[in-house]
Design a protein around this ligand. Sequence first.
Ligand code: GH3
Ligand code: MG
Ligand code: MG
Ligand code: MG
Length: 320
Amino acid sequence: METIPEEFKIVVADDSPIYRKLVEDTLAHEQYAVVSAKNGRGAIALIAAHQPAVVITDWEMPDTTGLQLCEQIRRENNFYTYTILLTGNTEKNHIIEGLAAGADDYLTKPFDPGELLARVAVGRRIAELHRQIQAKNRLLEELALTDPLTGLPNRRALEEWATRELKSAARHSFAFWVVMADLDRFKSVNDTYGHDTGDLVLKKFAEVLRANTRSSNICARVGGEEFILVLSHIGKEDALTATDRIRRCLERERFSFRGSTVNVTASFGISGFQGETATEWTDLLCQADAALYAAKRGGRNRIEFASELSVEPATIAFNG
Ligand code: GH3
Ligand code: MG
Ligand code: MG
Ligand code: MG
């Protein structure tokens, strides 16, 4: 027997107990999860609670009409609900009005059970298609924000997150540190051991970053061998300690390739902000980049703070 996915639910709305029973009995031939309401208001509550794939609604009901129900479903639901109007009125105008209000289909009373089941099956196909498209869209959105090699958020995801978080940092006056990391002499790793090996190093470094990122913060891969970590709610000394933990973690790591062992290091540049007026995200990036450049010039495998930290000195002294 065909198994119906558990989520395939149908809400039936009719003020007539006889018609409710007729529809329920018809649907009982299939393994649908059916819940019924005896008026429009009850149906609205059931739809919100169950997110059904199909709604079968009577037209005339004492509170909300089937027409109003269809309109409300189209207006408010962010999941697709296939609606079938069950109406005693066979006039064309009536039917046109129902479809215009958002119904997908209609059936006139008294209905033929086989026809109702066939139309519900159509609704099921359409509703499932909508759900598949929604799921695919969600996946695509996620992919568009993820770096495929490391699984870390990409530059776009970082930017979206950071611009939001920066506003919050200004509003609540918490410290916001941007740590830019770049693997040292990474080109020579690729040149010596091959691109695949380079990829393994990138993945390992991503793991180290992820393991050292609190859930309220973010780490992202923003370029070939460039990563950005945002640290918030901590003072300068703690930002330094956290970054140095990452630096040492990578430094300790030994990568074995075709009989030889190699270690890889990274350099870090940190910019920061705390206050009531947010520094622009792009400015923080420039400052972190300049600090990173200083770390490279200073010998690599080290951390430099930006010279123009927009963190109030009192905060640094207090935390440091
Ligand atoms: P520096 O210490 O100054 O940063 O030197 P570097 O060699 O790391 O810097 P450079 O910018 O010259 O080279 C970066 C290298 O990163 C070049 C490229 O081969 C490598 N790279 C970029 N993206 C990827 C990737 O996705 N996979 C691998 N394996 N290598 C990559
Ligand atoms: Mg009625
Ligand atoms: Mg680089
Ligand atoms: Mg590099």
